[in-house]
Design a protein around this ligand. Structure first.
Ligand code: ZN
Length: 160
């Protein structure tokens, strides 16, 4: 299977090499824009990191090109001839990729909350864009919780 970076870049035809990664117009907020707001990099473990400088969530950027968060992570392909044990292992690996993606999203939003909390503690009111970013953080954390709850509900119950 192609590496996640190859898959992601194949959906970003206007991506250009920039330093250690690539830059491209963000397919979510400016697909026809000249400005390359999306930064794409490959992590040591093969995972792809996306950052839109206009603030789009990675899931929104991916959805705009028909991909999902799990596509950012290296994972084995599902083979039709896989044994039940192999399929189970792959399912667990996919779940782990989702959990890692959720943790990464929460990590980022936690920083936003921390910065906002510090500003409020310093007695500086949050201006419009900051307040909007805080609302976005709240929404993204809610999205992560919904995804995790949905993933948990999908888990097969272990036989008692
Ligand atoms: Zn964007």
């Amino acid at each position: 299977m192609a590496r996640p970076i190859d898959l992601v870049l194949s959906r970003l035809p206007r991506a250009k090499k920039a330093g250690a990664g690539w830059r491209a117009p963000c397919p979510n907020c400016g697909p026809d824009s000249k400005s390359e707001k999306l930064a794409v990099t490959e992590g040591d473990d093969g995972r792809v990191l996306l950052h839109c400088f206009a603030g789009c969530a990675p899931a929104a950027v991916l959805a705009a090109v028909g991909l999902a968060v799990a596509d950012l992570f290296d994972r084995p392909t599902a083979a039709a001839d896989a044994s039940p044990a192999e399929r189970r292992l792959r399912r667990v690996e996919l779940e782990l990729a989702d959990v890692r993606a959720a943790a990464a999203a929460l990590d980022l939003e936690a920083v936003v909350l921390e910065v906002a909390a510090e500003q409020i503690a310093d007695g500086r009111p949050l201006a419009g864009p900051d307040r909007e970013r805080l609302t976005l953080a709240h929404r993204r954390i809610g999205d992560v919780l919904l995804r995790l709850r949905a993933a948990h509900a999908r888990r097969p119950r272990a036989a008692a």
